[in-house]
Design a protein around this ligand. Structure first.
Ligand code: GLP
Length: 245
């Protein structure tokens, strides 16, 4: 079942996502959170920080696994996803950082991948937060003839490098490869929370919401195979694709 929430404002969007995570942590304080980077979840993380400071959300028993990491960046690199998570969430809430997993971007790739797969298997996610790339990728599963079930190293598409270059000094600085959770591992989460906004996502999202198609050419359409999906979408994007609740 796919539930679609259209958020009229940014605050509504952030609250809708934060509500789901708050509710989960109340029901299951030791829940495992599948987390995502990118600009889409930032506001939700800010709202969760606020709620944690207010004593409304408690991360003390929770753990987490992140979707992906750039190959070649250390966790201290400001554009690494480990750094992003520390800055945007972990440093500001009462989560035990030792229980947070982000794939290691440096060192032996084979070893890092094996370790990442092991952590994913050992930490089943109660919820998985997702954004979507301009080309329809989820995590870093890029469109193509085939997708992969398990965590693997992905070569980034030109459009992804283009979209992510805004965070780097130049296009050349954007890593060309990333470790990403695989499609099956994403689907194994008990619940999916897809956060989408902005007209650049119109093509990917209209195929998900306005058609019945499921295609490896647009990986986000795969979420339709999951039994419990909540899509939180900004009004601007809903208008752009002509979607009505
Ligand atoms: C990156 C991440 C994805 C994310 C996407 C969209 O490529 N690997 O997990 O969903 O960007 O990012 P944004 O939310 O900034 O549009």
């Amino acid at each position: 079942m796919m539930k679609v929430i259209i958020a009229k404002t940014e605050a509504e969007m952030n609250n809708a996502g934060a509500d789901l995570i708050e509710q989960l942590l109340k029901e299951k304080p030791d829940a495992c959170l599948g987390l995502a980077t990118g600009s889409s979840p930032v506001g939700m993380y800010q709202e969760l920080i606020r709620r944690c400071e207010a004593g409304q959300v408690d991360f003390s028993k929770a753990c987490s696994v992140n979707l992906d990491e750039y190959v070649g960046l250390t966790g201290e690199h400001p554009q690494s996803y480990r750094y992003f998570m520390n800055e945007q969430l972990f440093n500001h809430v009462n989560i035990d950082k030792a229980r947070t997993t982000v794939a290691c971007g440096v060192g032996d790739p084979e070893e890092n991948l094996a370790a990442f797969r092991g952590e994913i298997a050992a930490k089943p996610r109660d919820i998985q937060v997702l954004g979507v790339g301009v080309d329809g990728h989820i995590a870093f599963n890029e469109p193509g003839e085939v997708l992969h079930g398990l965590a693997h190293m992905e070569t980034l598409d030109e459009s992804t490098i283009e979209a992510n270059q805004r965070f780097f000094a130049s296009r050349d600085d954007v890593p060309r490869k990333a470790f990403t959770m695989g499609m099956a591992e994403i689907m194994h989460a008990r619940k999916l929370l897809l956060l989408v906004n902005g007209a650049s996502k119109a093509k990917a999202i209209s195929q998900l919401l306005l058609t019945d198609e499921i295609t490896t050419a647009n990986p986000v359409t795969m979420v339709r195979l999951h039994p419990d999906v909540t899509v939180v979408m900004g009004q601007e994007l809903a208008d752009a694709i002509g979607y009505k609740a």
